[in-house]
Structures are given as C-alpha cells and as structure tokens.
Design a protein around this ligand. Structure first.
Ligand code: LMR
Length: 352
C-alpha cells in the first residue's frame, strides 16, 4: 500500500511539473517576438551639433530627446553633444555617415558643397516670412532636397527652424548695399552665399561656426551673418559694434540620421522617432521666433551693439543688389526648385 501511495505521488508530481513547465513554455513562445527582444537592448542615439544649448536647435534637440525617450518607454536614449564638443562643421558629416554618431543637425548651407541643390535655401530674400519658410521646408522644396540625400548614407528626417540672418560688423552701420563695400565677412559654405557678398563688393572667408568668435576677436574678419540667437549665444556681439536687422536669408537645419542605423531600428522605434520629429518640428517652428525675439530684447538691454532695422524701401534696394545671385544660381540649382522659389515669392509678395 505504502509503495502504491509513493508511486502515485511520484507520478502526480511528474504530471503537474510537466503541465506547469509545458504551459509556461507555450506562454513564452506566444509572447516572444522581435519587439520583446528590444526591451533588454538599450538603443543609444548620439546626436552631435555645433550650436549652444539655449538656441532653437539646442532646445529642440532636448525636446526631441525627451519625446523619443518617453514614446519608447526608455528603450531609446538620445545623448546630445552640443557646441561642437565632439564634431564640428568640417567633420560632422563624415562622423554621421561613418557611424561615429547617429544624428546631426547641420545648417542647410553646410550640405551645399555635397548637394548643390541645397543652395536654394540660401538665396537672398527667397523666403521673407516664417510661413514662406515653412512652405519651403515642409513642402515641395524640402521633399526634393531630402530625396537628394538618398544617394548617401544619411536619412533626412526633416527640417528645424532657427531664424532670419542679420549682418554684424565692427566698422560702420550697414544700411545701404554700398555699406558692404570692402568689408570682409565670415560665411557658411556654398557659392550662393559667396555670390551674395560678391554682389555687394564684400569679400568672404568660409569658416566653421566654432572658429567665428576667435576670428572676430583677432579682426581677421570685419563681420558675419547669423541669426540673433547665434549672435547672442556665441557672444559675437561682444566683438561687433553694429548689427543690421536685414532678414536677408533664413538659417535652419537639416535633421539627419545615419541610414544604416535607421534601417536596423525596429518599426516601433522608427515610428516613435518620426512622431517625435513631427512634434519637435511644430515646437521649434513656434518657439524659434520667441527665442530670437527675446534674445534681441536682451541684446538691446544689456549690450552696446548698435541695432539698425532696415525699412521696406531699404530692403528693396538690397533685393535689387542681390539679383545677380539668382542668375548665378541657375548654373547649379535645379530649375524645378528655382520655379518653386518664384511661386512662393509671388504667393507672399504682399509681404515684400
Ligand atoms: C553657422 O555656422 O553660422 C550656423 O550654422 C551655426 C548653427 O548651427 O546654427
């Protein structure tokens, strides 16, 4: 009898054990999928850019990082390296495409040596209101330019906003095009930007953003063109006596990810990134205007720089002076893009 009880208990334990493990194994195989695997794998996106933290790009990068982290339940972390701390203008493209970092956000002009069509965004007075810029970035022009990147190892996620460029210099107020005569300016790269200065008899040196302050300090250059937020955050105003609110061209950013990295991301992570990108673009489109406005108020309050605002009649003279830039552009920019610029200009002509 004792033996019978022992054998029955043994069989019962065996059956229960088999049932338990068998059941669990079924449950595991039902739950297991590729997304589950991602849970234990932390994905890191190293995001390098050259601007300061308190700028539209610096703040947008932070907003984007928080949004991605939240939408992926902390599975994806965006590590931000600002101020050109690890890569600068001259090497950030190589760092991105070779996978040393996963994201960069260069000013659109910085892509023009590799992708000449991108110069379209640097044409002087091409887009004269924020709505016109939005129509370019988020419309046909932006789409065509991002498409152009497909022949590289960069995936274009979209565009972020900063603001209109203004001139600064340390010689005299710049009000008329003739005031540019013989001045030497730091510029971002691209024949269109060089042609803009050439048209008003100024000379240029292409210098990286992070070297600009030093070159103003040692008087290698008389001036530079940039958004108020860059002039403010990089303290260019300390080395410059005059600033002209000319709004003569727009400075914004291409948001780029390493394509091989992007292709390896799970679908849900890609969706989270696209959705964070859309939210950040909306955010920076609205806030970039406020940031530049509040920093110009700060400059008026705390610095000695003289600020001159061009009148509509004065701006008209600058537009005329810059007409040769459009003729030169025909040599290197696709006709379809130039036609779209014309269309946008005509559409917003009441603001001209
Ligand atoms: C510049 O080089 O002047 C700008 O592109 C800097 C930036 O990234 O805003």
């Amino acid at each position: 009898m004792k033996t019978f009880i022992t054998i029955t208990a043994f069989i019962l334990v065996g059956v229960l054990t088999a049932l338990f493990f068998g059941f669990n194994q079924t449950a595991n195989s039902i739950d297991y999928d590729d997304e589950q695997e991602g849970i234990s794998e932390q994905v890191i996106i190293r995001f390098s850019h050259v601007a300061a933290e308190n700028t539209p790009k610096g703040l947008a990068a932070r907003y984007f990082a928080e949004s991605v982290q939240m939408k992926t339940n902390d599975e994806v972390t965006v590590e931000i390296y600002s101020n050109g701390e690890i890569y600068q203008d001259q090497n950030e493209w190589e760092a991105l495409t070779s996978g040393k970092v996963e994201m960069i956000a260069p000013a659109t002009a910085k892509l023009s040596p590799l992708f000449p069509d991108w110069q379209v965004l640097d044409l002087p007075y091409a887009f004269q209101t924020e709505q016109a810029v939005q129509e370019a970035y988020e419309g046909k022009i932006g789409e065509e330019l991002l498409n152009d990147l497909k022949r590289s190892n960069a995936k274009g996620l979209g565009f972020w906003y900063n603001g209109f460029k203004q001139f600064t210099n340390d010689q005299h107020p710049i009000i008329q095009p003739v005031d540019m005569d013989q001045l030497h300016f730091r510029t971002m790269p691209g024949p269109t930007i060089a042609a803009q200065f050439d048209a008003v008899n100024a000379s240029t040196s292409e210098l990286s953003f992070n070297k600009t302050y030093r070159n103003l300090e040692v008087d290698f250059i008389d001036g530079q063109e940039n958004t108020v937020s860059n002039i403010y955050s990089k303290k260019f105003y300390k080395e410059q006596s005059f600033m002209t609110i000319s709004n003569h061209a727009y400075l914004g950013y291409a948001i780029l990810m390493n394509k091989s990295f992007w292709n390896k991301l799970s679908k849900s992570h890609q969706e989270a990134i696209v959705s964070s990108m859309e939210e950040t673009t909306d955010w920076v489109r609205r806030h970039s205007i406020e940031i530049n406005d509040s920093q110009i108020r700060e400059l008026k309050r705390t610095s000695d720089i003289q600020i001159d605002v061009l009148t509509n009649a004065q701006r008209k003279k600058w537009k005329e002076a810059f007409l040769p830039v459009y003729i030169q552009a025909e040599k290197s920019i696709s006709p379809s893009l130039l036609r779209e610029v014309k269309r946008i200009q005509n559409h917003y002509s009441s603001h001209n």
